[in-house]
Write a protein that binds this ligand. Structure first.
Ligand SMILES: N[C@@H](CCC[C@H](N)C(=O)O)C(=O)O
Length: 315
């Protein structure tokens, strides 16, 4: 990862190359991220570099990378051609990359962890603020936080359902709703599927979507039909996810919202609140006619510093 001139031997000063090698590791319901704070977009995040950093053997290991950067800096550096809808030049921008190095428009769990990091590091002093993403502005509320834990709601924007498609997983085919939550999803509510059936699905048998329906790929969710509403009026369900650019992850925030919308649509409803369990925990999803929200935990588990030249292969 090149960050202008290396200052490997000098002490860290704000904005120095050494600062830009500092990272935080965090997760939202075990969807895990490496966070790099790079306000002026000095880092050159190439696909191979991000993939190496997210690799669980060669690098730190994560489902994705979150670069913390000022929105205006991404435009100045040509990473973005223009500010996305509703994003101001001074907003902190979540520059999200999947573990394979590819860019994705949005990451719901990522926004929770990103907001927690901004708040815990003092980069933001309020509990309510806006995070920029390629899918547009994402307002957040940090209900509570300390250095390690937070409870965060993200306003996830409009959910769009647009027809149906199929996915093959091994020898089985599942039909699902094509859902746009800023990024593409195929959310399959599988009739009669129990939580035990869901746990037994083998994603390693191969996951094949229709590339004509999803020319840019898609994230795939398998979801149980909902149970009876809980004491807070929320529909409970369980979900597993196979993410574009990553593989199976233990949670996916945009996928949870897509699953929520698909569950409601399967019951001929377009609005409602759900409590969805994933392998990494549980979150609340709300779908309204004018938007949606995701509420759940964030954990920041470690701070560290990459060594200069970490990404150079041995001779
Ligand atoms: N884990 C994320 C989604 C990350 C992006 C996704 N893999 C894609 O390529 O669209 C989430 O929490 O939403």
């Amino acid at each position: 990862m090149t960050a202008t001139q290396s200052t490997a031997q000098s002490p860290a000063r704000p904005g120095s190359a050494s600062d830009r090698r500092r990272f935080v590791k965090g997760h939202g319901t075990q969807n895990d991220f490496v966070i790099l704070t790079d306000p002026a977009a000095d880092l050159e995040l190439t696909e191979p570099t991000v993939a190496a950093l997210c690799d669980r053997r060669r690098g730190i290991g994560a489902d994705g990378l979150l670069r913390v950067v000022r929105s205006a800096a991404l435009v100045e550096r040509g990473v973005l051609t223009a500010l996305p809808d509703g994003v101001g030049p001074d907003d902190w921008f979540m520059d999200y990359r999947n573990a394979d190095g590819s860019i994705a428009e949005m990451c719901g769990n990522g926004v929770r962890v990103f907001a927690h990091h901004l708040r815990a590091s003092g980069l933001v002093a309020d509990d309510a603020f806006t995070v920029g993403s390629r899918a547009g502005a994402r307002p957040v509320i940090v209900h509570s936080h300390d250095e390690v834990r937070a409870d965060v709601t993200v306003e996830m924007g409009q959910v769009r359902l647009d027809g149906e498609s199929l996915v093959r997983i091994g020898d089985d085919a599942y039909r699902g709703a094509m859902v746009d939550v800023g990024n593409p999803h195929l959310a399959c509510v599988v009739p009669d599927m129990s939580a035990a059936d869901l746990a037994a699905v083998d994603f390693t048998a191969g996951v094949e979507i229709d590339s004509q329906a999803f020319p840019h790929g898609a994230n795939v969710e398998l979801v149980t039909p909902p149970g009876p509403v809980d004491e807070r009026g929320r529909l409970p369900a369980a979900m597993r996810v196979f993410e574009r650019g990553v593989g199976e992850t233990r949670s996916c925030g945009t996928g949870l919202v897509a699953a929520g919308a698909a569950i409601l649509a399967a019951g001929d409803q377009s609005t409602g609140t759900l409590c969805i369990t994933v392998p990494g925990g549980r979150v609340e999803v709300g779908v309204r006619t004018d938007g949606s929200h995701l509420r759940g935990p964030s954990m920041l588990v470690a701070d560290g510093e990459l060594r200069a030249g970490w990404d150079r292969l041995p001779d």
